[in-house]
Design a protein around this ligand. Structure first.
Ligand code: IVH
Length: 724
């Protein structure tokens, strides 16, 4: 074949194959059989094999998957990918609508010039300019797809980069993977329009399309069945499977996953003029994207609520998972006026569905003993699928809850799962009782050690009070060694179980007394793993005080509070001293000086340090060589940060809020969520809101982002900017 002919035929084949892809994946209306499709495809592969230089990046043959990558490159989003505020009830959605009315009404009064500030957005859709104050707002309501969002960059109509959302500012480059998703066009379709044969309508010069990569439920179930048959681990739900599929270093793995895509928004756009969300959805459809036909444009919030109910009724019959709806102000001009607040647009909200419930049977009720000794009744269930996950156990919280709901073994119960939380039993279907159900009684002895259990005044839970109860010890050890505590690599739940069962570890200090022979005697512990574990134990001795405090499992003391305490007291000794001195009536309590330490927390810290066995534990840890200080020996804390509390408000441009908070933490400071009299600095980014007002009111020092940066960069102990 002549090269010239090959080039022409390849071009025709590509267009034809992509057309069939669209018919198949987007319209669900294939015109040819799979075999015919394969023939076209193989013909193109053949031509490209003969003339490799004719392969184009948008050729459908390129969807099969490029060579694996070492790691993902980072992609910075030109326009940040925002997240959405949630509404969980109809009233919350009405409140959203009221906020919009208030905001727009105020703008009309305060800033008449705002009306012209949206000139950069061309309003081509007249119906999207409703009366603002008073008149009802026009909204677009769309399904909230339960997958992961991605941004696709098209330059001159060709897909060049695809990235995950990441932290909203920077995502991962998943271009090679996204190319394997057939619902995603590799080249934009020219929109229908005024063009003719000689001047066809142009595709946008630059178009960043945003949408959701998801896995249809059918594909998910098939894939899990195959994985199960091969003895591979299955995915918990379609969202995890989609995320796992997209974030694959080997695009061939992605290619084998049944991923799909719906488009719903854009980033930077050059060469496409639309004035509303509704017009945008149509434009995206015309350019070749799958756009949900469940979206509706309605006026007034009550119409939104009716649509929400309609989608809720459809939810179970859809071939993909949705966890709610997204309600967006239709007009882009209004969107622009409304702007954003704390990384979410004011003009949109995620109106979530209530958690899913399913009915199943209680086979048994067990009692688990937690790290703090709390006894938790747990229902063992006939396995049931709830919102994509097979549930076998559900918490019953505490005995009061079991009694209130009167859950009995043998009962039919409603089980609910919301997001990633532990499934719970919400109600009993008492009408289905036969009389054979067995009521449940809390044990009077600990099911793990047989020791006494007590229920303190005013507490909902019973606790085992035996400090060396193996169940508590196991949980405690796993917590102590966990990633967010002492971070002892290789010491997971299974090893913790064994160490406790064999009596190797009776308290946390025993971890540091483990010898090679002890460790090597454990099941499935090869020489190398034993050495690795001991090395990890050794390395953990250097963890700073905050981690040690979080690891000890003092009730009420979580990671954030542990960091505050460490920053304030600097050493374990200083904290222990503060926690054990007698505070005279009316005198200031040194513990209460710390951000977030109220009377309950202070009481809990005092109780812990007041126990002689805990003081002995601390002494033994120190003797074993575990560092008990905030700063490594010899280091000087940055005095402008150490022990000080920062609050961030508004959006930062040079870093994310999480990064800024990490910078503060790394210097011994603390980042808090709200302004109080314990706040030392408020860092105000763009569009700072009420926190800034409050800081000014309370006379808290306010820093700009640049001033904060300067403080961070100039790490050698300068003077903090003037506190005015
Ligand atoms: S619009 C600024 N539309 O929800 C608004 N998001 O919490 C940008 N999502 O990260 C999002 N379906 O992954 C939009 N129809 C839809 C959506 C949707 C699902 C996800 C998206 C985003 C998250 C926001």
């Amino acid at each position: 074949m002549e090269r010239k002919d090959a080039q022409r035929e390849a071009g025709l084949l590509r267009a034809e194959i992509e057309r069939h892809n669209r018919l198949y994946y987007r319209k669900d209306a294939p015109e040819i059989t799979d075999a015919e499709y394969d023939r076209l495809f193989r013909r193109l592969v053949g031509i490209e094999a003969t003339f490799p230089d004719l392969v184009t990046p948008d050729s459908p043959t390129q969807r099969v998957g490029a060579a694996p990558a070492e790691q993902f490159a980072q992609v910075r989003h030109r326009v940040p990918m925002l997240s959405l505020q949630n509404a969980m009830s109809e009233d919350e959605v009405r409140a959203f609508d009221e906020r919009i009315h208030r905001f727009l009404g105020r703008q009309d009064m305060d800033a008449p010039e705002a009306a012209s500030s949206s000139a950069s957005v061309s309003c081509t859709d007249p119906s999207s300019s409703p009366a603002r104050s008073g008149g009802d707002i026009t909204y677009v309501i769309e399904p909230k797809f339960d997958g992961l969002s991605a941004e696709l960059v098209y330059e001159d109509g060709v897909l060049t980069v695809a990235a995950t959302r990441g932290d909203g500012t920077t995502g991962e480059d998943v271009t090679a993977n996204v190319r394997t998703i057939r619902a995603i066009p590799l080249r934009l379709q020219a929109p229908p329009g005024p063009g003719d044969l000689f001047a066809p309508p142009a595709v946008p010069r630059l178009l960043e399309v945003r949408g959701e990569v998801y896995m249809p439920v059918g594909g998910f179930e098939d894939m899990n069945r195959e994985r199960e048959a091969r003895g591979e681990p299955t995915f918990a739900n379609p969202r995890n499977a989609a995320a796992g599929g997209l974030r694959q270093l080997d695009p061939k793995v992605t290619a084998a996953r049944p991923l799909d895509f719906y488009a719903y928004a854009t980033g930077v756009v050059d060469g496409l003029s639309v004035g509303s969300q509704w017009a945008l959805l149509q434009a995206l459809r015309d350019l070749g994207f799958a756009v949900s036909d469940l979206a509706r444009r309605v006026t007034g919030i009550e119409a939104v609520i009716r649509e929400y109910r309609r989608l809720g009724d459809l939810r179970d019959s859809l071939p993909f998972e949705i966890d709610g709806t997204v309600v967006k102000v239709d007009s882009f001009a209004l969107q622009q006026k409304l702007g954003e607040v704390s990384r979410s647009p004011r003009w949109a909200i995620a109106f979530k569905f209530p958690p899913r419930r399913e009915v199943t049977r209680v086979l048994d009720i067990l009692v688990q003993v937690g790290r703090t000794g709390a006894l938790t009744p747990v229902a063992v269930l006939e396995p049931v699928r709830v919102a994509g996950v097979v549930v076998r156990r559900a918490t019953l919280h505490n005995e009061g809850e079991v009694a209130r709901k009167d859950v009995r073994v043998g009962d039919y119960v409603e089980v609910q799962r919301a997001g990633d939380v532990i499934p719970e039993v919400v109600a009993v279907q008492t009408a289905r009782r036969t009389g054979d159900e067995r009521p449940f009684a809390m044990p009077v002895a600990c099911p793990s050690c047989g020791g006494p259990v007590v229920r303190e005044e005013g507490e909902a839970v019973r606790r085992c009070v035996n400090a060396s109860c193996p169940a508590q010890l196991r949980e405690h050890l796993a917590h102590f060694a966990g990633k967010r505590a002492m971070d002892i690599e290789h010491l997971g739940d299974k090893l913790a179980d064994q160490m406790v069962d064999r009596g190797l570890v009776k308290d946390m200090a025993d971890v540091y007394a483990l010898r090679y022979e002890d460790v090597a005697s454990l099941d499935r512990m090869a020489e190398k793993s034993a050495r690795n574990l001991l090395e990890a134990v050794e390395a953990s001795k250097q963890r700073p005080l905050a981690r040690m405090l979080a690891a000890l499992g003092i009730r009420q003391v979580g990671e954030a509070l542990a960091r505050s305490l460490a920053a304030r007291f600097q050493t374990m000794d200083a904290l222990a001293a503060a926690a054990t001195i007698a505070v005279a009536e009316g005198a200031p309590d040194p513990l209460a000086e710390v951000e977030d330490v109220g009377p309950v927390v202070a009481r809990s810290i005092r109780d812990w340090f007041g126990s002689p066995s805990n003081r002995i534990l601390i002494d033994r840890l120190a003797q074993a060589g575990v560092r008990m200080t905030h700063e490594p020996a010899g280091a000087v804390a940055d005095p402008r940060f150490a022990g000080r509390t920062f609050v961030f408000t508004g959006s930062l441009t040079s870093m994310t809020r999480e990064q800024a908070q990490a910078l503060v933490a790394a210097r011994g400071g603390k980042a808090a969520g709200s302004v109080s009299r314990k706040t030392d600095y408020v860092v105000a980014g763009a569009d700072a809101g009420s926190k800034l007002d409050k800081a000014r009111e309370m006379g808290v020092a306010v820093l700009t982002e640049d001033e904060f940066r300067a403080m961070v960069d100039d790490g050698n102990g300068g003077v903090p900017p003037d506190a005015t």
